[in-house]
Design a binder for this molecule. Structure first.
Ligand code: NAD
Length: 511
């Protein structure tokens, strides 16, 4: 990709450009203020991946107005036709997968294998939601009256607003946009300020697949300046946020003012339980992948490992030994296993938790330092970090770090492990390693989380199952699978009386 070209793209298919305007009503438009911001590579901050519009309420208003106009026609396009566009976008994304993965690694740092996975998740979501175009099932059910027909149909809601985080920049945009448009809604999306390019790449595939103008609009910028006005807008009938629980509280409060549908997918502090009878090789492998994949910057990251005392010492020794050997670096190098933190602020947070853990009396067994020499000098790198002897109530065991910092907590057995796992503000993902089927089923029932894995780490969700969590992880909605179709549609119950007389429900009945 050319780094010296600063031309503004005339069409969505120009991948060589570095200045991106907002995408409103099928047109590229500058922010009303004319201000921009830079998207820089966290592995090498000398590299500007793109320049994006620093937008404000006026830009949100223009995008919402465009989406509202587009809705009048889009809602009437038959769902299977809408879905065909999404299907074609999947095929386009397959062709562009390698390029989009490279863009994503440059924009947010995770290694190429993972950014390919992120693009693949958008492809999977496109195929799944394309299929929904011919389903979107609703119940038909007998009426209590004679000669009366009863059914419930799914209807689109209208203009939907989406606010996304940076850690799965294409996958999470796809989880929101694709079901929304298949259901007949129109959208305004505000991507995370650290990763707007991946959302542009997704939307470009949809536009190249034939999506009409105004159906999806992109407004880039910062949370309070773009996200808040989007959530507040009276014409936005549904708002979907994936982000931190702190921002979830703000957006949820705003949405309540105008009674809009509101889906909040928020933070996690995900436990992985390792019992004495576990396959230890497998558990160590899983714990490394879950703890340090995406540099620990997954909402589902395995940030707490709760290990039964019989295998605790061996697990800790072998886990730490492997963590020390992880190769940290620029994710564009295929041999690298862990990339940088997303930005300086996140790196500082990660390092501050090292100090917090130390001060609390946890044992720092490896890591804890910034890497800033030689090849690391221009990036936000940090060593993979492991604490042992962590007590369940310590802050490093309770608070979401969102970095490569894993806490290992000793436990007495299954019941103790589940108590520790559940005694936390969040409830996103969870996992258990055991060969005992009785214990596995008890854990499936008792772990208070939206997702439970057996003999796998806390990461690895697939697009066709519901995704989300309990407690401070969200407000009860789910993305993925049928959960998303439920969120992006409004039920309408329809009664057809063909008796030719007034029939009164609950009243015209034999006593
Ligand atoms: P964040 O909460 O800082 O930002 C998320 C989005 O909200 C960004 O687009 C941001 O610009 C916007 N925003 C910030 N302040 C806002 C405001 N006042 N009004 C409206 N919008 C605002 O989160 P992040 O740092 O981008 O992502 C990390 C967080 O996301 C972690 O807590 C992680 O657990 C969570 N996450 C959750 C899931 C899930 O599905 N549960 C998935 C990925 C990430």
């Amino acid at each position: 990709m050319a780094t010296e070209t600063l031309a503004t793209p005339a069409t969505l298919s120009d991948t060589q450009t570095r200045v991106f305007k907002n995408f409103i009503d099928g047109e590229w438009v500058e922010s009303s203020s004319g201000e921009t911001f830079e998207d820089r590579n966290p592995a090498d901050t000398r590299e500007v991946v793109g320049i994006f519009q620093k937008s404000s309420k006026a830009d949100v208003d223009a995008a919402v107005a465009a989406a509202k106009r587009a809705f009048t026609k889009w809602r009437l396009v038959p769902a299977p036709r809408r879905a065909e566009i999404v299907f074609r976008a999947a095929e386009i994304l397959i062709e562009r997968k390698q390029d989009h993965a490279r863009d994503m690694t440059r924009e947010m740092g995770k290694v190429l294998a993972e950014t390919r996975g992120d693009v693949q998740e958008a492809i999977d979501a496109a195929y799944y939601n394309a299929g929904e175009g011919r389903r979107m099932f609703g119940p038909t059910t007998p009426s209590e009256m004679p000669n009366k027909f009863a059914m419930a149909v799914r209807q689109p809601i209208g203009v939907c607003g989406m606010i996304t985080p940076w850690n799965f920049p294409m996958a999470i945009s796809s989880w929101k946009l694709l079901p929304a448009v298949v259901c007949g809604n129109t959208c305004v999306i505000k991507p995370a300020q650290d990763t707007p390019l991946s959302t542009f790449n997704l939307v470009r595939a949809l536009v190249d697949a034939g999506l009409p103008k105004g159906v999806i609009n992109i407004v880039t910028g910062f949370g309070a300046e773009v996200g808040t006005p989007l959530a507040e807008h009276r014409d936005v009938r549904a708002i979907s946020l994936t982000g931190s629980s702190a921002v979830g509280r703000i957006v949820g409060g705003i949405a309540a003012q105008s009674f809009k549908h509101c889906s909040l997918e928020l933070g996690g502090k995900n436990p992985m339980i390792v019992l004495d009878d576990a396959n230890l090789d497998l558990a160590i492998e899983g714990g490394l992948w879950g703890g340090f994949g995406t540099t620990g910057q997954r909402c589902t990251a395995t940030s707490r490992i709760i290990v039964q005392k019989g295998v605790y010492r061996e697990f800790v020794e072998r886990y730490v030994d492997r963590a020390k050997k992880l190769k940290v670096g620029n994710g564009l190098d295929e041999t690298v296993q862990m990339g940088p933190a997303i930005n300086q602020k996140q790196l500082e947070t990660d390092l501050s938790y090292v100090e917090i853990g130390r001060a609390e009396g946890a044992k720092l067994l490896t890591g804890g330092h910034r890497l800033d020499k030689g090849e690391y000098q221009y990036g936000w790198f940090m060593e993979p970090t492991v604490f042992s002897e962590v007590a369940p109530k310590m802050r490093i065991a309770q608070e979401e770090v969102f970095g490569p910092v894993v806490s290992i907590i000793p436990c007495d057995g299954l019941e103790d492990a589940i108590d520790i796992a559940n005694d936390i503000e969040y409830g996103l993902s969870s996992s258990i390693y055991t060969k005992d089927v009785n214990k596995a089923f008890s854990a499936m029932r008792d772990l208070d989380a939206g997702i439970t894995y057996i003999n796998a780490p806390t990461i690895g969700a697939e697009v066709h199952l519901p995704f989300g969590g309990t407690k401070a992880t969200g407000n009860g909605h789910r993305e993925g699978g049928i959960g998303a179709i439920d969120f992006y549609t409004e039920w309408k119950s329809v009664y057809v009386d063909y008796s030719d007389k007034l029939q009164k429900a609950q009243i015209d009945r034999p006593e």
